[in-house]
Design a binder for this molecule. Structure first.
Ligand code: BV8
Length: 293
């Protein structure tokens, strides 16, 4: 997480106090980030091996980038679809799905677009995708409401990743290189909307500058507004730098939640540590199953 102001409190780090609290908890939120999928072999966004480290890929997660160069944008997203399909959910994805089946008051807010929580059979009614998913396609014209679930890899033949470009899962790769390597694409090569037939299809993710899905915002709002307090929010594998997603930590606190951070680094969440927080530093794939045992 980004450097935060020094905290007055230091977080607890013992499993026992966490397990005691979790056992008594009825309403628990999880806020998930790319660190949850790191051990599955997917690069995070802002860490050392991060996907956004090359300016090009940061620029690509915007509507302007798609309008400017849909071919490059589709190469970026097709590559991430390919990477996500070539890895497996890890024990943390399965542990969270198991808790969701066991605890009716457990809700997951995921920033991840990689589809791994879904493939771990996380109950879909309590898995809210704040930033959409790589495996939804929708018409790039907002006036057309076409959307489809799509796992085709490559998404169109012209985007097939040359064998020498396909990196083994988990490798840190500057994917902008692979995007340059593919022949220049024309819009005829790219997926088109079968409904309005005029426009390109785009990835069903939330780009920077775009509003989060209304239905997801409302589900989160209703959960936070319910009369009963929230007992805990688990903040797993996120730098908490993207808003409004990061704001759910403070909103949960305001409803009584204690915060449990699971992260490779031990930075405090936005607003610093508060009394009763926990910090478990390490790999989410190892720690989360322990915590949810
Ligand atoms: C919007 C999809 C308004 C695309 C993504 C305040 C309020 C509202 C908005 C803003 C605001 N301030 C600024 C904004 C604008 C912007 C924003 O937040 N900018 C940031 C960069 C400052 N927000 C927006 O634009 C949002 N839209 O607010 O719209 C609006 C309202 C009405 C009408 C119109 C507009 C939209 C944001 C969504 C952007 N889309 N993704 C794509 O993926 O291509 S964001 C992207 O970042 C991913 O979704 C990702 O999930 C997300 C967050 O990153 P993290 O998951 O945290 O990943 P990161 O690499 O950063 O961190 C990984 C962490 O894991 C690290 O801490 C690391 O230490 C740890 N880790 C690593 N390995 C492990 C580990 N932990 C455990 N185990 C390990 N093994």
């Amino acid at each position: 997480m980004a450097d935060r102001q020094p905290s007055v409190f230091e977080p607890q780090t013992d499993l026992e106090s966490f397990h005691t609290h979790l056992k008594k908890s009825k309403r628990v939120l999880a806020l998930l980030g790319a660190g949850l999928s790191a051990s599955s072999g997917l690069p995070t966004f802002r860490g050392a091996g991060g996907l956004w480290r090359s300016v090009k890929s940061t620029d690509l997660a915007t509507p302007q980038a798609f309008a400017r160069n849909p071919g490059l944008s589709w190469q970026f997203y097709n590559y991430r679809r390919h990477m996500s399909l070539s890895v497996e959910p890890n024990p943390a994805h399965y542990a969270l799905a198991k808790l969701a089946r066991k605890m009716p008051g457990f809700v997951t807010l995921s920033q991840n677009v990689d589809g791994l929580s879904q493939r771990a059979d996380h109950p879909s009614d309590r898995l809210h995708l704040l930033h959409g998913t790589l495996f939804d396609l929708k018409c790039s014209d907002e006036r057309c409401d076409y959307r489809e679930e799509n796992y085709t890899d490559p998404v169109v033949p012209a985007l097939a990743i040359p064998a020498d470009q396909a990196q083994p899962a988990g490798s840190v790769v500057d994917i902008s290189d692979s995007m340059v390597a593919l022949p220049s694409l024309t819009t005829y090569d790219l997926p088109h909307c079968p409904e309005c037939k005029r426009n390109l299809l785009r990835p069903g993710v939330v780009w920077f500058g775009e509003a989060l899905p209304e239905v997801v915002l409302n589900k989160a709002k209703d959960y936070l507004a319910a009369p009963e307090n929230i007992d805990l929010i688990m903040v797993i594998g996120t730098s908490a730098q993207v808003w409004p997603a990061a704001g759910y930590i403070g909103q949960a606190r305001a409803r009584g939640a204690r915060v449990c951070v699971v992260n490779m680094d031990s930075d405090a969440p936005p607003g610093g540590w508060k009394q009763g927080d926990w910090m478990f530093a390490g790999d989410a794939a190892v720690l989360v199953p322990e915590l949810l045992k």
